[in-house]
Write a protein that binds this ligand. Sequence first.
Ligand SMILES: [Zn+2]
Length: 57
Amino acid sequence: MTGEPHHHTACWECGGVGALDGRHPAESMKAIEELTGLRPDPSGAPLIFGRCAECVG
Ligand SMILES: [Zn+2]
């Protein structure tokens, strides 16, 4: 483990899990918090749910 923030995405449709290595989704996380009230855990590995590009079409 490098200790770097490590975020993952999970697709509802296919269950695929991806990693967001190399990107810092801070803005996305903030948007999630604003939209849903859910506060992503900054110390862990937040899991962002949605539909992956393949499932979206
Ligand atoms: Zn998918």
